[in-house]
Design a protein around this ligand. Sequence first.
Ligand code: T3D
Length: 290
Amino acid sequence: MTGTDAGAEAASLFTRASVADGPRYAGTMSQDSVILHGTRAGVRTLTLNRPDKLNAANDELLLSLTTALQAAEADDTVRVVVITGAGRGFCAGQDLGDVSGRNMTFTEHLNHTYNPLIRTLRGLNKPVISAVNGVAAGAGASLALAGDIRLWAQSARLIEIFSNIALVPDSGSTWLLPRLVGYHRAFELMALAERVDAAEALRLGLCEHVYPDGTFADEVQAYAERLAARPANALKLTKQALNAALTSTLDDALDQEAALQQLAGDHWEHREGVSAFKEKRAPQFVRENG
Ligand code: T3D
């Protein structure tokens, strides 16, 4: 399949499904957009859509993705966000064709594009799944690592490729990767720009699950729907607690847990969970008015 065919295939998933037996994804979608949006069963799927360039990131894509994440946050019907790529790539990092004529320093560019994106993604009050359908390189690798849950297709691979063009890893890779694999393995992956395949990614803890390429999109949707049925307020507070704990002392984490537990315990979700346990039924955490 060529990149163009792959883009058309990704776009046609929306078109075909919305007229067939129940939409696979529904919602707004335009074929020329660099980010395709689709929502089904509380799952908002954002698809990077520059398949001819393995979804390499230009400014339009980066700013649109940040805006799309903010829109997902503001939409009460969205309970889980999935980020994936159209075609055979997830994201090949910065579009290298876009760099030379740029009217910004590297620092300005990162502060204008990648850093707001990663901050928005990591700060989202809803679970974000990085659905890594193919190669994730450079800042695309950072994006692949940044999700709360990382699901990989069998043929996906991750490359901390920055040193091939004599740059420093960015978009959060220097913060995330050593926390996942330790300083030394992180340095080696970055220094040698080694490819990490799906089996190795699973072993290293860079992803939670690997699925066959052929059923990947369906597996991701099914996983995301499981997550969407969980208590949204409790997951929001869990994210806040974990993110704060990543840089805090045990003492601070205990204080934080005590404060957040009050917010969780006062919420209707907690009462529903306890009632469901006593009544020996499944809890119902999805309500129209949140
Ligand atoms: O602010 C700043 O600018 C600093 C921020 C930096 C963040 C970064 O991400 S730096 C890292 C930038 N990315 C790269 O260096 C990766 C470059 N790409 C590759 O090395 C390879 O494409 C891959 C290893 C990712 C995949 O290889 P392969 O063999 O599977 O595919 P391919 O044939 O190389 O690529 C397919 C097409 O995508 C090809 O176009 P063509 O020849 O068919 O017309 C290729 O040029 C294009 N493409 C892939 N990556 C990029 C790209 N075009 C522009 N920019 C890319 N990053």
